[in-house]
Design a binder for this molecule. Structure first.
Ligand code: SF4
Length: 283
């Protein structure tokens, strides 16, 4: 049977880099190792790292209680305050913030210094957006919906810089920008959406439309995996959603000659490899 594995399956560049950083620290660092928040939303990875002694810190309070060890900042990034806190605590800081997110921090800093208010198009509760806000001196605005964009108001003559959460939907970003642009402010718009999610979806759609069965691997709560599943299911009725190889119950018949495989952003390579090998050997 032919197997087509999506090149974009699994971790994006930023998450892979962050996870690799933790494993490197496990090899090198002396003393306890912590990640500020789970390094990736995948229980298998977090558990494996826990077994290697990596602990997850979930709040600033927990950070404040540290006096030694190494703290790794994940791909989403954090605000400047967290860096200062870590310095004060005297712990070793390892920064695995995705460079694409770091770039937004720099934009926010620079444009605020140029006298602009920062408006982030994204979800205010998402850690990445919280991190970006944490690089602004003045409170940054966050807009997520068209309705919020309609209601957004600044005194006339104020200057604005619009950026986006890296994983925001491009069409919605455009619609929100259009609404705000009509309000007559002095605006600069910087599209900071990362293409990783879109590329993964486009490739999944392409493969699913061309195979007899499609396997989508990812956590049951992972919203980006659910979205991948929906996309694939539309193209290929015979689409399976699995978390790991144990869930795979591929009904083989003579009509299945080609199987496609993709995976959500928090699925480790190891699981993808296992599924791929199994399908190649078994069928
Ligand atoms: Fe991944 Fe893109 Fe987010 Fe970086 S910005 S972590 S590459 S999705």
């Amino acid at each position: 049977m032919e197997v087509r594995l999506a090149k974009t399956a699994g971790f994006c560049f930023g998450v892979r880099r962050a996870v690799d950083t933790v494993y490197e620290q496990v090899e090198q660092a002396e003393g306890p190792i912590y990640t500020y928040g789970p390094i990736v939303h995948n229980e298998t990875v977090v558990q494996e790292l826990e077994e290697k002694g990596v602990k997850v810190l979930n709040s600033e309070e927990e950070l404040k209680s540290l006096t030694s060890g190494t703290v790794i900042i994940r791909a989403h990034g954090v605000g400047e305050k967290v860096y200062e806190l870590l310095k004060q605590q005297g712990v070793n800081l390892v920064d695995a913030t995705c460079p694409f997110v770091k770039k937004i921090h720099r934009i926010a800093r620079k444009e605020e210094a140029n006298g602009r208010h920062i408006l982030i198009i994204g979800n205010a509760k998402h850690p990445e957006v919280e991190g970006i806000r944490g690089w602004c001196e003045k409170p940054a605005y966050v807009v997520e919906s068209l309705e919020e964009a309609e209601n957004f108001a600044l005194p006339m003559g104020e200057k604005l810089c619009i950026v986006s959460q890296t994983t925001f939907n491009y069409n919605k970003f455009e619609d929100i920008v259009e609404i705000i642009s009509k309000k007559g402010y002095d605006i600069i718009v910087l599209n900071t959406i990362c293409s990783a999610t879109e590329e993964r979806q486009t490739e999944a759609r392409e493969i699913a439309s061309d195979v007899d069965a499609m396997i989508v691997i990812g956590g049951s709560h992972s919203s980006n995996t659910q979205k991948l599943f929906e996309i694939c299911k539309k193209e290929c009725e015979n689409t399976y959603y699995i978390q790991s190889l144990d869930d795979l119950d591929l009904k083989t018949s003579q009509s299945i000659r080609c199987v496609g495989i993709t995976a959500g952003a928090s699925t480790p390579n190891k699981i993808i490899e296992e599924v791929q090998k199994h399908v190649r050997i078994k069928f």
